[in-house]
Design a protein around this ligand. Structure first.
Ligand code: TXA
Ligand code: MG
Length: 341
């Protein structure tokens, strides 16, 4: 199959919608990461997503809608909290888990009786959903186990020849996947940190339970609420070691151990500390949004070469830094040292 490259002209968006309606796979831009989209109501189309990604069948997909008013078409028993969150954060990087309606096939939800729904903050993609007349089921548009894709070039690298088209909407603004909150239990539960920080959710929801998957390592056989959280995601081929602690202490730690074949993933502010240590900056420590926007691209870049080990610096603090920390820790397989100990 030849993968078509589409732009965001009205004509190309109509073409993308047509391909979706015909049961094809189309990579779509969103504010978080690129999605690998198919008609979310067509089980046969959705099955192709799992094949193209090499994704385990027990990992459910997020359903993308163009407007919150579509919620009742695909979910049941929608609590007030869901409407409040939609009002405050949609379109935007928030996925809500709600009881699924009959219209959604089991293939999309991996057999669960709930579904993750999100209205992405990207005009082109919302237009495609509107034109297609169906919700778009889409995981991140990367090969399973690789970092999510934040540019059309990343998508092409992973999916060339495997999907019908890629809509190039430019680089993704947020750069890490959406925040997922489960609203099906007695208390709202944060399943995955993302573009919306836990503090902002709490402002709307009052209390919020933070799932252990957000901060800690999960045992292989544990029952997890977001099935995707149990896989070691976002991992480059190189071994990743997170070095915590103040800038100077961390640099001393790394410099004492640095060997040929190693690389450093750090903040722009720290580049001078790692001269001669093959450093790559993924953003500024003083601006966490630049860190989330740059993380996956930097991991992909380091993954491309012959780097064997990556010493990584990780932001502290709340907001989107929680998501950056979560993704980096996973890519490191929770291999973390404190430079001062
Ligand atoms: O920002 C995003 O969310 C991107 C863009 C494309 O929208 N999508 C994305 O999809 O990150 P994916 O498939 O890579 O990650 C979805 C996560 C998985 O961990 C999956 O297990 C979880 O959401 N999930 C999906 N439906 C769920 C459900 N009903 N209950 C619990 N977790 C669910
Ligand atoms: Mg993913």
């Amino acid at each position: 199959m030849t993968t078509q490259l589409l732009s965001t002209t009205e004509q190309d968006l109509e073409r993308a919608a047509e391909l979706i309606r015909a049961g094809g796979l189309v990579a779509i831009p969103t504010e978080t990461v690129y999605g690998l989209g198919a008609n979310g109501l067509d089980a046969a189309a959705v099955e192709k997503i799992f094949l193209a990604k090499g994704r385990p069948q027990d990992n459910p997909l997020i359903l993308h809608i163009h407007d919150a008013s579509q919620l009742p078409d695909f979910c049941r028993e929608i609590p007030d909290a869901a409407w409040k969150l939609a009002e405050r954060f949609w379109p935007g990087p928030l996925t809500m888990v709600l009881p699924v309606a009959d219209a959604v096939p089991k293939t999309t939800t991996a057999g669960l009786d709930t579904v993750g729904v999100r209205c992405p903050d990207n005009d082109a993609t919302r237009e495609i959903i509107r034109l297609a007349g169906v919700p778009i089921a889409a995981p991140s548009a990367n090969t399973s186990g690789k970092p999510s894709t934040t540019t059309a070039a990343h998508v092409l690298h992973d999916m060339d020849g495997k999907i019908a088209a890629i809509v190039d909407g430019g680089p993704c603004r947020v750069g890490v996947e959406s925040t997922i909150v489960d609203l099906t239990g007695p208390m709202p539960r944060l399943l995955r940190p993302g573009g919306i920080g836990p503090e902002a959710l709490e402002q709307v929801l009052g209390a919020l339970i933070v799932d252990r998957a957000v901060t800690g390592e999960i045992a292989k056989d544990a029952v997890v609420r977001a099935p995707g959280m149990k896989y070691k995601h976002y991992a480059p081929a190189a071994e990743v070691l997170i070095v915590e602690g103040p800038a100077e202490a961390a640099a001393r730690y790394v410099r004492a151990r640095f060997q040929p074949g190693d690389a450093v993933l750090c903040f722009e502010e720290e580049l001078p500390l790692y001269a001669g240590c093959n450093p790559t900056a993924y953003g500024r420590e003083s601006s966490p949004a630049t860190l989330s926007a740059g993380l996956f691209g930097a991991l992909r870049k380091l993954d491309g070469g012959d780097v064997q080990r990556i010493f990584a610096r990780c932001p502290t603090g709340g907001g989107i830094s929680v998501a950056v920390r979560n993704r980096l820790r996973k890519s490191a397989g929770f291999h973390i040292v404190n430079a001062e100990e």
